[in-house]
Design a protein around this ligand. Structure first.
Ligand code: C5P
Length: 202
């Protein structure tokens, strides 16, 4: 079987992570949630560390911090993500992950446009802000994180705006990305569409 690079981008809570995990499991590829890198940097800057230093000294163990899922860390992540030196410090790790022999699925905001512009399969997964906030609210509640739908919707909107309007590596579909809108689609159908696309390129 051929390992290839699969690039999956889109706004927060559109279903990227679920699709990425399922595609990786289906083909036996490795999976990297690149949002975790920015969240791990954010967890450090929230304790007062310099953002660039936090990005340069990031270690695998930092990605296991259980607080990375919180809405506060997510907001801070989108703030450190606008800093060019932070993004630059994370490029090499992502590219070497992407080119591992057994195949790799990376999900984030700039995978198809900046990190892996040559990936043979690129997906851009979207959904309405309301549906995304509903999903993220259910997920956070399920994890015992206390929040409200309104707060989650506000968080999603603010991050979308910051992620789409920054100068470096803004959130946008690569020209050759296949767009999948999951607003009214069961996530299994999005997974099936993604699997079919990878199958065709392998
Ligand atoms: O995907 P997730 O919601 O965990 O990402 C958190 C934040 O990290 C995003 O809002 C975005 O600002 C930033 N990010 C990024 N580029 C990526 C992945 C995440 O700028 N490839």
């Amino acid at each position: 079987t051929n390992g290839i690079t699969v690039a999956i981008d889109g706004p927060a809570a559109a279903g990227k992570g679920t699709v990425a995990k399922a595609v990786a499991a289906h083909f036996g590829f490795a999976h990297l949630d690149t949002g975790l890198l920015y969240r791990a940097v954010a967890a450090k800057t929230l304790t007062g560390m310099d953002p660039e230093e936090a990005a340069r000294t990031l270690a695998p163990v930092d990605l296991e911090d259980p607080s990375l899922r919180s809405p506060e860390v997510a907001q801070e992540a989108s703030k450190v993500a606008v800093i060019p030196a932070v993004r630059a410090a994370l490029v090499r790790f992502q590219r070497s992950f992407a080119t591992r022999a057994g195949g790799a699925v990376l999900d984030g905001r700039d995978i198809g446009t900046v990190i892996c512009p040559d990936a043979p399969v690129k997906l851009f997964i979207t959904a309405s802000p309301e549906v995304r906030a509903q999903r993220r609210f259910a997920e956070l509640s399920g994890k015992g994180i206390e929040t409200s739908y309104e707060d989650v919707l506000e968080d999603v909107r603010q991050r979308d705006l910051r992620d789409m309007s920054r100068d470096q590596a803004p959130l946008k579909p690569a020209e050759d990305a296949k767009q999948i809108d999951t607003t009214e689609m069961a996530i299994e159908d999005a997974v099936a569409a993604a699997v079919a696309l990878v199958e065709a390129k392998r």
